[in-house]
Design a protein around this ligand. Structure first.
Ligand code: ATR
Length: 273
């Protein structure tokens, strides 16, 4: 049996076992995928134990994404660029680290809004945390001409602009709505608008109906941002699919089958929220 899992602290909230369990069943594979709770102090030894136990690899989530990079023997370019890993593959006792969040973002948007053209115009990205890093990296790799980046703490946005280069331009939060007139994509990478979080303060009134508006929040599925954007005539993509698509490369590496994100899977995870 091939063994994999997801490590976090806490980990009870993770939906990853539903995703991987669905694909294991669908493909009739002899594999397992479980939640593994490890505190930051236990992380490094815990990984060694999993390797000794014959695990094929793991996903890692908060608060281990940076530590996962630090303990790896090999790091993919994108994980290195983002400064964090969410997927580890164990091979011959060595740890390979990757970050699949950006790929998950792009593949979700392409599946849900196939008409989307990343090169059509600038993107407006709200937020400058870990999720923003992965999404900026993916947008740049996909060929976005420019990114306007806004964040409550402007210095964090400036740090990202320095890291990612000239295509990223920092603006004040107050200028986000005026700037949105001329963008072809808007992405909320913050947790604002999620159940239990503060609302996202962003007016959709200036959006062009051809602008695609995406949110990484998936609970609720339709955030206030997406509702307002839809009223403006914009196509919208919710965040659930990013969670599903980021899981694909890990599953493929551990279990040897590249799975598809289908509606049944989407519904399973939705039912579990
Ligand atoms: P993640 O890894 O999920 O991106 P993070 O690194 O903590 O998490 O980043 C959270 C993002 O949401 C940041 O852009 C944060 O803004 P700050 O850099 O100013 O903290 C943003 N965010 C969180 N709560 C916010 C709030 N109440 N108002 C505005 N922005 C908020």
């Amino acid at each position: 049996m091939i063994k994999a899992g997801v490590i976090g602290w806490p980990i009870s909230q993770s939906k990853s076992p539903i995703i991987h369990g669905y694909w294991l069943d669908k493909h009739g594979l002899d594999g397992s995928y479980e939640k593994i709770a490890l505190s930051p102090d236990e992380f490094s030894d815990g990984i060694k134990r999993l390797i000794d136990d014959g695990y094929a690899g793991v996903n890692v989530t908060v608060p281990h994404k940076e530590s996962a990079l630090a303990i790896a023997d090999n790091v993919s370019d994108r994980a290195d660029n983002i400064g964090a890993a969410n997927t580890l593959v164990f091979q011959n006792g060595k740890i390979h680290a990757d970050n699949t969040d950006g790929e998950g973002f792009i593949n979700n948007v392409m599946q849900r809004a196939p008409e989307w053209n990343v090169g059509a115009g600038p993107a407006l990205v709200l937020g400058a945390g870990g999720a923003a890093r992965a999404i900026l990296s993916a947008l740049i790799e996909a060929g976005v001409p420019e990114i306007i980046l806004v964040n409550r703490t402007r210095s964090r946005a400036e740090n990202l602009a320095t890291h990612f280069g000239r295509r990223v331009v920092v603006a004040d939060w107050a200028d986000a709505a005026p700037a949105s007139v001329a963008v072809s994509t808007v992405v909320n990478t913050t947790s604002l608008g999620m159940v239990g979080s503060d609302p996202l303060e962003f007016s959709c009134a200036n959006l062009n109906p051809s602008t695609l508006v995406t949110d990484i929040v998936y609970n609720p599925l339709e955030t206030e941002l997406l509702r307002n954007a839809a009223q403006q005539g914009c196509a919208t993509v919710d965040g659930l699919g990013m969670l599903l698509h980021q899981a694909v490369p890990g599953f493929a590496a551990w279990f040897g089958v590249r799975p598809v994100v289908d509606e049944t899977l989407r519904q399973r995870v939705l039912d579990a929220l």
